[in-house]
Ligand binder design. Sequence first.
Ligand SMILES: [Zn+2]
Length: 443
Amino acid sequence: MNNIGASSYPAANDRLLGGAPPDGQAVIYLRVSSTRQVERDHDQEGISIPAQRTACQRKAEQLGLTIVDEYVEPGRSALEMSKRAAFQRMLARIRDTDDIAHVIVYKLSRLARNRIDDAIVMTDLRRQSVTLISATESVDDTPVGQLMHGILATFNEYQSRESGADIAYKMGQKARNGGTIGRARLGYLNHIDRNDGRDIRTIVVDPERGPLVRLGFELVAADNLTLNQLSEQLYQRGLRTRPTTRNPAQRVSISKLARMLRDRYYLGYVTYRDEEFPGRHEPLVDPHLFDGVQAVLDARTTSGERRRVHHHYLKGILYCGRCHQAGNSGRLIIQHTVTRRRDAYTYFFCRNRQQGTCPAPYANVSVAEHAVERYYVTVSQQRITDALARLTAADTAGWTRDPVQVYRGCTDDQRQLLNHALFRQLYLADDRITNHELWPTTP
Ligand SMILES: [Zn+2]
């Protein structure tokens, strides 16, 4: 298959008519396609110049060819063949000296990265009766090998056959290298860097939407906003979708926000076919914030959204001291959350705060715990003895331990029971208990 009618092709005829170059002389053409690839030796496409050279030299030895020159394209070489200085010098030399029969490349992809370039390169080389040899791709069996023998028909067939598999390969390769496939996510922008005539496609943080996306994560983690509330909040702060030709800029939908809050892309990962790779884009959220959001979302039921209820032994007994002084009733709600400073954080806050009628600050759970503990000073020994007796049915007569010590010695479950046995309500204002309400005494 590799010697199909060579003489029937123009290149071969030209060679016969115009005098063939000495058959044993070759040049090698070396190229890495970007500085990034030069730096990344794990990237197959970016294999280093010395490694390419060694492979080409080995190939020349195998074929009994003599390398008379080499052309090295600089790291940031242009994509367009006409702008590749070394390639153009090589062509000129082949044309002018007429002493070169072969060009050896490490891989065909080093020479051309798309069909049009391939065609141009092949036309240029064929015009000079030059054979293209790949150091790493088999000459005999593969479509690539047939291509190298300058059979144009096979070349086209090879191209169309390869391109399908090639697209999937390239997308996978792009993901493995941390590249973003397709349109940028909300909060990012597709960006094209024009650099020495090369278009470098990157993903940059959207200066307008990026901070709002980040804020969205923070609002869910810290304030446990529902998706409805979040959508409204972000809308009020100016977040809109990026307009397309079909859709104008609009409010970000709840379903889109739901997907966004679960999307590990914002953590800096790219996913391709269920595989995850570290992305080259800048993360918008850090792992702790992301985990916090996931915990909040996980705690919500699938149908509705509910605030996460956190178990604590003080739950249900604490009331707002400020509201109590103002003559209102304000139950303290306990909440567990993760702040943007990465602290897991449990606190109490007044229910009236949500309605905006109470300015009491959030109280850290440890502040509340200590306040209650200290408050046991006010509990008489008799009362605690009675409470314990009711709780345990134990004979505590004559027990004279300090109530604070008793409370401290309890487990969380025991403390909960004891608190509920003693108090109906405890009023917390800032960092101390200011008052209490007892159960009505049973006659
Ligand atoms: Zn209050």
